[in-house]
Design a protein around this ligand. Structure first.
Ligand SMILES: [Cu+2]
Length: 175
């Protein structure tokens, strides 16, 4: 009997396999789930690797399709510092500016657009630069200013009472 079993080891009939825990001996019970898990994990691993390989193959194509035009377009905008705008948009209403803090580059002309969304007239006055821009209710106006001197200066609305009511802000001129 024993000899025969060893001979047929490679092609086990379902009832004879000594390492098969399925037949219900109490000691072998934990084995089958673990083996199934092993196989499952291996399959997951293979799946993950193939996903990475596919991603690695596809990424350059996507990059070529979407990224290349941006890269070629970039040099044109490099000339102006990205963080320092050459145009600023401020909204005025009763009684505040939005934003009330702006930043510009020293020595650079800045186009300031003031949109008055309020019900009365407002302006942006920058005394240290001798600049003032008035917008009537509902109006949008644009003016230009610039400063060679780095530092922080105040701006405000010069309509009587508006500055004290909150229509003020700071302009930072960065070197
Ligand atoms: Cu005002």
């Amino acid at each position: 009997m024993r000899g025969q079993r060893q001979h047929t080891h490679g092609t086990d009939p379902p009832d004879s396999g000594p390492e098969s825990g399925w037949t219900g001996s109490s000691s072998g019970a934990p084995q089958p789930p673990r083996r199934w898990l092993d196989r499952y994990q291996r399959r997951l691993w293979i799946g993950g690797v193939s996903l990475i390989v596919i991603a690695a193959l596809v990424a350059p194509v996507m990059w070529g399709a979407c990224g290349a035009p941006n890269l070629t377009a970039r040099p044109a905008t490099v000339a102006a510092p990205a963080s320092m705008p050459t145009s600023v948009f401020i909204t005025a209403t009763e009684f505040e500016f939005s934003p009330n803090s702006i930043q510009v580059q020293a020595g650079q002309k800045v186009s300031l657009t003031l949109q008055n969304t309020g019900g009365v007239e407002h302006d942006v006055t920058i005394p240290s630069l001798g600049f003032s821009l008035l917008a009537r209710a509902g109006q949008t106006v644009t003016g230009e200013f610039g400063s060679d001197k780095p530092g922080v200066v105040d701006f405000f609305c010069a309509v009587p009472g508006h500055r004290d009511a909150g229509m003020k802000g700071t302009l930072t001129v960065v070197d």
